[in-house]
Design a protein around this ligand. Sequence first.
Ligand code: NI
Ligand code: MN
Length: 228
Amino acid sequence: MIKIKWFGHAAFSVNIDGKIFYVDPWIKNPLNPSKEIPDEAPDYIIVTHDHGDHIGETIDIMKKHNKSKLIAIYEIASNIAKEIKAQERVIGANIGGPIDLGDGYRVILTVAHHSSEMGNATGVVFGKEGKYVYHAGDTGLTYDMKLIGELYKPVVALIPIGGHFTMGPMEAACATQMINPKYVIPMHYKTFPIITGSPEEFKKHLDELKVKVELIILKPGEEVKLEV
Ligand code: NI
Ligand code: MN
């Protein structure tokens, strides 16, 4: 079972058979109805890049939940380890290198065409065989997404649609076609006036391209349970 909660923007809690991953936990984003650090302790926090709208409340969550570990590209992971003074709580990684978390769970950072203060911007595939989730991070459209789809066969894709800094609705629909997930959840839209892409436009482009996918549009703070 995969349970996904959207906090708004690019921030998610994803529970895959009991293992809890937070991705890009900007909990205090303007869309999230609750600005409180969640009581639910994540096993892992994954940060795709160090822009403020993605690193968000990572440190606060790690302070509140002292068993949660961070996974990020090496430079960002090292920097956070220094900040919280706990090297053992971070896993520095790099693009394309599978990280084995035990019990069949793996995390793979992926290419993202975007910028970052430190290291490189990434996306991420996480979960286990048959239950992988792909969070694209902030990125433009790239053929790498076809490879990600073929290699890991993610069941769920979390895709930015807002435009300006990332893919817009049309590019996001092309991305979904290449990734070929069972479910797609749009993100990274309407948080600021400048990221105007809408789920309605995204749906229109998915329909035009005849993409076979179940589109799930979440409200900020909403949770969905997916049978996979
Ligand atoms: Ni960014
Ligand atoms: Mn962003």
